[in-house]
Design a binder for this molecule. Structure first.
Ligand code: UN1
Length: 512
């Protein structure tokens, strides 16, 4: 029965055929076409979902505008209470939702559970945040004047998310946006829309139980054309987009052309520097999970290892031997370490990258290939592989969303850092060293140029408490923890005069 996925789908209110446009508890029928979501685990159809139309989008936006007028006036801690209830609803459905994510996306069940845990964590974070949306006070230069700043809700937040974290990315955005007083319209990846339907049901049930209006949590389904409704719409002051750099440039340009705000969290090309002072047991475990976890389909996946020449052969051999122990198969079966790629297009991308690295002179350390035979019928299972490569190779400069690891040698740390930063992307990074000078140089302004820089842990698996995102082609946006909430609000500076005089700032005299 495929690990109880049928029952999980029922409990998550997923039918064989589902509408795809929702303002919460109301679902809009467009009478239009459906997309079919199949599992890369076994190739079976999970469910169908209807694509949103322009008219349905208009209805959604108008409900969202109405809802914003109510929601923004509710005190932030009360909005936090709603998010607390959503967190509890997610706790109740953690196994079901984790299973669906695993089945629809292909990540291991453990990682599916981990993804739902990230949602629960951001709910907890947002609940606390709802009492802390702090602004500063300033001292006015004028007597009898008071100055301060306050943060107001922004309006409708559009969320475009990717297939690889089909539910957590939505939650990092919505839970913050909701406590900030915004309403959200979500366009999930058309490659994992069923997981999104499940989230919408969970959130909508909480809004309903609290007698809140439709339009606080909305869902639209479709490909990039539906995403364009959001990026071109001046009624959507913020579009938060997670996915490829190609997609991010299109969204950023469209939103920028109307001077809206975009929050972009795009591709990475994450590397680990392994120095001669590394604890190699930790370095190898960190690199292994970073490179093959989620079958290499995290934006934080480890793509490059930059290894000191004195430990190069040992790292290479130990990693190669660890790769032989990887068990690849159905992600719902907990004995397997690595599941499938998302679809056959991704398999093509993986095979193409292997061709390219070979053509550019890369040397095979662990061979890749598509798996065939029993259990691999979906055609999406591939072997994680390792190539010795040069940092300047075109294919190494490019993010391939697959378990291909490029390894290279260095002799001086400065040179390693140069290689490390010598790619167009700047998301996550790590150094493996027990030497304090090496670690601090890597974390200094002359070190890693990424949004995330770690010491003695891998590049993936960031906690929600920190701001998540990166520089350069990664897009510059920050989601999740720290003060990332500020992107979801508008800042207002207020000056109040409580005297009978009217002095002008900068000492300007203007008397008549
Ligand atoms: C992503 O791949 O888009 O740091 C997000 C990590 C996860 C999030 C990844 N917490 O690997």
């Amino acid at each position: 029965d495929n690990f109880g996925i049928k029952e999980a789908l029922q409990r998550l209110q997923i039918k064989d055929e589902n509408l795809g446009t929702s303002t919460g508890n109301d679902w809009i029928d467009t009478n239009g076409e459906y997309i079919t979501s199949s599992s890369p685990a076994d190739g079976a159809v999970i469910a169908k979902v209807q694509v949103s139309s322009r008219e349905a989008y208009e209805q959604t936006i108008s409900k969202a505008e109405d809802a914003f007028k109510v929601w923004r006036k509710m005190p932030a801690p009360q909005r936090g209470e709603i998010v607390r209830q959503i967190g509890n609803a997610l706790r109740e459905r953690k196994e079901d939702l984790g299973k669906l994510v695993s089945y629809e996306m292909g990540k291991s069940y453990q990682e599916g559970l981990g993804e739902v845990q990230e949602m629960i964590d951001i709910c907890d974070f947002a609940v606390g945040l709802s009492r802390q949306l702090y602004g500063l006070t300033m001292h006015s230069e004028r007597p009898g004047h008071r100055m301060y700043e306050q943060w107001h809700a922004l309006g409708i937040v559009g969320i475009i998310s990717a297939f690889n974290f089909p539910v957590a990315v939505w939650s990092w955005n919505t839970m913050l946006a909701w406590v900030c007083g915004d309403v959200c319209v979500w366009k999930p990846s058309e490659k994992a829309p069923i997981s999104a339907l499940a989230c919408q049901h969970i959130a909508a049930s909480v809004f309903k139980a609290n007698d809140l209006p439709e339009g606080i949590s909305s869902l639209i389904i479709g490909d990039y054309k539906v995403g364009e409704y959001l990026s071109h719409d001046p009624r959507v002051p913020l579009v938060s987009a997670t996915g490829s750099t190609r997609m991010g440039k299109l969204v950023g340009e469209a939103v920028g052309a109307r001077l809206g705000r975009s929050l972009l969290e795009l591709g990475g090309n994450n590397a680990i520097i392994i120095t001669e002072n590394a604890d190699l047991d930790i370095a190898i475990r960190g690199a292994l999970f970073g490179a093959v976890g989620t079958c290499g389909q995290r934006c934080t996946s480890t793509r490059r290892l930059i290894i000191h020449e004195s430990v190069y052969d040992e790292v290479k051999n130990r990693l190669a031997s660890a790769y032989t122990k990887l068990v690849i198969g159905n992600p719902l079966d907990e004995k397997n370490h690595v599941g499938p790629l998302i679809d056959k297009d991704a398999v093509e991308g993986y095979l193409g990258a292997i061709e390219k690295v070979k053509a550019e002179g890369g040397k095979e350390v662990v061979a890749g290939g598509v798996l065939e035979g029993e259990g691999y019928e979906s055609g999406c299972y591939v072997k994680p592989c390792i190539y010795e490569a040069e940092n300047h190779f075109q294919i190494v400069q490019h993010e391939t969303f697959a378990p291909i690891l490029y390894i290279m040698k260095y002799s001086q740390l400065e040179e390693a850092i140069q290689k490390h930063n010598g790619v167009p992307q700047g998301l996550s990074s790590a150094i493996m060293t027990t030497n304090m000078r090496e670690a601090e140089l890597f974390l200094s302004v002359a070190g890693s140029d990424c949004g995330i820089a770690n010491v003695n842990i891998g590049t993936s698996g960031a906690e929600i408490g920190g701001a998540f995102g990166g520089e350069k082609e990664t897009g510059g946006g920050r989601e999740s923890g720290s003060d990332a909430w500020k992107a979801y609000m508008r800042r207002q500076t207020n000056t109040i005069n409580y005297t009978t005089e009217l002095p002008l700032a900068q000492g300007i005299k203007f008397d008549i």
